[in-house]
Design a protein around this ligand. Structure first.
Ligand code: ZN
Length: 89
């Protein structure tokens, strides 16, 4: 697939993060994450996403749909220092 045009700096950064050459992976229709073939996409959006991130359909699903486990793990955004070390036994 023809990779979406991004600045070389961003591509370098991407490649550093995923530890593989994102551009050539996309060109070879290969997923940067699972290294599997990235040739089938459910939607045109997913196809576009691949041309940018290099993630195949499966990995996109995992990336953008948090598993139940991850949903339970929620950060509480406020910076309240609630440091009560009470131990109720
Ligand atoms: Zn993948």
């Amino acid at each position: 697939m023809q990779p979406a045009s991004k600045s070389p700096a961003i591509r370098r950064l991407q490649s550093m993060i995923v530890g593989t050459d994102v551009l050539s992976s996309i060109e070879q229709d290969r997923c940067v994450s699972c290294k599997g073939p990235a040739t089938e996409f459910k939607t045109e959006l997913a196809r576009k996403e691949f041309s940018q991130s290099g993630l195949c359909q499966t990995c996109q699903d995992e990336e953008f749909t948090p598993s139940e486990e991850e949903q339970e793990f929620e950060y509480e955004g406020d910076e309240e220092d609630d440091l009560d070390d009470e131990e109720d036994d």
